[in-house]
Write a new protein. Structure first.
Length: 614
């Protein structure tokens, strides 16, 4: 193809692409701010439209970048200075198309050797080549068709070959050379409904030629087209030992333990910042990225369907397919991280259904293990109909009893945020609710006089509030709880909900030998790094700093978890962001009251040595 001249249409296109990148980048930045909510809350329709515009703008940016990449490759006279493993790149890119293949009922097969297939190119370049070829194959192949990708190394180890073939419309023999020219599409392609401008194969050829190889098109035995690239093999690079070293030879690999709030936020932000990163989430449960704060409203019926707890504002369900297809994140639900091997930067993952264990390598590990509900050693805790409301399964159990009208009398143990919010939900369902609180007030996040107002408001709605009261035992008939024994007498019950609070889940961190803070949570710096710089901790398992006192604090909140996720992701991707601390801001709805706090209570301020006026 040779270098292009000043009058070449590709040269003009490159100039235009260069001019378009700046306004596109600005538009994408502004849309990101809107979608993050910085200009106000969006309706579901507004968010959906913005996300569509954002996706189209990204496609335009990708096209502009591709034109520039082709131009650079055609101008370059020097071979690439980096090497990359084509086999690993193809496996990674192939995973992006697994969901589309499933949706379109297509058969997708990828054959790549277990050993590296090194070629003279960067991983970014090879990823774009593989993506361009698979995208073409999927674009021009009808549903229920076949797509096959393969990477092979010659017997003498001197050549590496990449082939992508399909059962689609094919390329007529007379047009097989022309399709590699800029802006050329075959008659079959132009007559189809598939969009395109004729740059994909031009880009592939430019990249392959720069790597010292050649590329050609012919007919596949599947019935459609086969594109084959043949390149000289490259020597393996030296092994990197520091985080980020040899970045051109290996993509960023991140393993996240925990898939409820902070974990998915880290994953999504990493993919926004570094689209080719390999991100894997390990989640012990089966529910992903659900709104824990919405569980009381799911119990009451305000949130009608379980899927609403795990859906985006536009209604898309955040399941493993969503994360794979939309976020390019691999989610392994029903999988527990049982061991961290810091010496070899790997995590042992156990499939809870099969018991199979596998090691996952990482460049960075993120612990988003959350918190576990406090369960005091009260006799009878194992009786049926004793719940904690710490997850979707508990909420389902509570809803089931309420739907069968089998929970008329309910005792809520603990007067914190969880207990207060679920109490309203239970009253709305017609239950007689008694709240048992060990302290001298409910809602310890408030000063006593504010808490008293809330208590009186709850009692006006029929709730019996018992402060300075200890639950000493649960008694049952058969396996079901029927009585709660307290320091103030015996209460008949059909259901008990434990709302005493939570403690950070630090079992995996302790196994890994990470430093635990004074609050019992994982100690982190202002970049959310643990005592191991390769490991971050975010969300309810991580310790914070109180911005007023400067002391360690543990205040588990969903808002904090989401902010943690963004900060950790920025730092993992090479940025420099900090999380300075918290003010303990919290808000809840108690019937007609909206109850909130921020900063220190009067009691906390006095304990910290402040002179206060109220």
């Amino acid at each position: 193809m040779g270098n292009y001249g000043q009058s070449d249409p590709l040269h003009f296109a490159a100039l235009m692409a260069h001019q378009l990148r700046s306004p596109l980048d600005a538009a994408l930045s502004q849309m990101g701010l809107l979608l993050e909510g910085y200009a106000g809350k969006l309706t579901a329709q507004q968010r959906d439209l913005l996300e569509r515009v954002q996706q189209r703008s990204r496609e335009a940016m990708d096209a502009a970048n591709r034109v520039l990449a082709i131009a650079r490759a055609m101008e370059s006279v020097e071979p690439p200075s980096s090497v990359a493993d084509l086999a690993r790149v193809m496996r990674s890119v192939e995973r992006r198309y697994a969901s589309e293949a499933h949706r379109r009922k297509m058969h997708l097969r990828c054959d790549a050797p277990g050993e590296p297939a090194w070629v003279h190119a960067s991983e970014d370049e090879l990823s774009e080549v593989c993506h361009a070829l698979l995208n073409n194959a999927f674009k021009y192949t009808p549903d229920h068709g076949h797509v096959r990708a393969g990477v092979s190394v010659s017997a003498n180890g001197k050549r590496v070959r990449l082939a992508v073939e399909d059962s689609g419309i094919g390329i007529p023999e007379a047009e097989r050379e022309a399709v590699f020219r800029p802006f050329v599409r075959t008659l079959n392609a132009s007559g189809s409904t598939a969009p395109g401008v004729g740059l994909g194969l031009t880009f592939v050829q430019a990249m392959v030629k720069r790597a010292g190889g050649r590329v050609w098109a012919d007919r596949s035995d599947l019935g459609g087209a086969r594109i084959t690239a043949d390149m000289p093999a490259a020597p393996a690079p030296e092994t990197a030992t520091e985080p980020g070293a040899n970045a051109m030879a290996a993509k960023l690999k991140v393993v996240i333990v925990g898939g409820v709030a902070a974990g998915p936020k880290v994953a999504s932000k990493i993919i926004r910042l570094q689209q080719d990163a390999e991100v894997t989430i390990l989640e012990k449960g089966k529910f992903l990225s659900y709104a824990g704060c919405g569980l009381p409203y799911y119990v009451s019926g305000v949130v009608k369907e379980q899927a609403e707890l795990m859906s985006t504002a536009a209604g898309a369900l955040r399941d493993p397919v969503f994360f794979q297809k939309v976020k390019n994140v691999v989610v392994r639900s029903g999988t527990e991280a049982v061991e961290v091997d810091r010496d070899h930067n790997r995590v042992l993952a156990r499939d809870l259904a099969t018991g199979q264990e596998t090691w996952l390598d990482y460049d960075y590990l993120v612990l988003a293990t959350g918190a576990t509900p406090v369960k005091p050693p009260i006799p009878g805790m194992d009786l049926e109909h004793v719940f904690t409301l710490h997850g979707v399964n508990d909420a389902e159990g509570i809803r089931h009893l309420l739907s069968q009208d089998r929970a008329r009398d309910v005792v809520v143990i603990g007067g914190g945020l969880i207990g207060v919010e679920v109490t309203e939900a239970l009253v709305e369902k017609g239950c007689r609710v008694t709240m048992v609180e060990l302290a001298d007030q409910i809602l310890g996040m408030l000063d006593w006089d504010m808490a008293k107002l809330v208590e009186q408001h709850m009692e006006a709605r029929g709730v019996k509030v018992m402060t300075n009261t200890t639950a000493t035992a649960f008694e049952g008939e058969g396996n079901q709880v029927k009585r709660v024994v307290t320091s103030q007498g015996v209460l008949p019950v059909d259901m008990v909900i434990m709302g005493i609070g939570v403690r950070p889940n630090v079992a995996l961190a302790k196994q890994a030998g990470l430093e635990i803070g004074r609050t019992g949570a994982i100690k982190v710096d202002d970049h959310l790094r643990t005592s191991d710089p390769r490991i971050f901790a975010v969300g309810d398992c991580a310790e914070n700093v109180d911005l007023v006192t400067g002391e360690p604090a543990y205040v588990p909140l969903g808002s904090t978890a989401n902010k943690h996720g963004r900060v950790a992701a920025v730092n993992i991707c090479g940025g420099d962001d900090t999380y300075p601390g918290i003010l303990g801001s919290a808000v809840c709805k108690v019937f007609d009251f909206c109850v909130g706090r921020t900063g220190l209570t009067e009691r906390q301020a006095r304990a910290s040595g402040f002179d206060i006026i109220t």
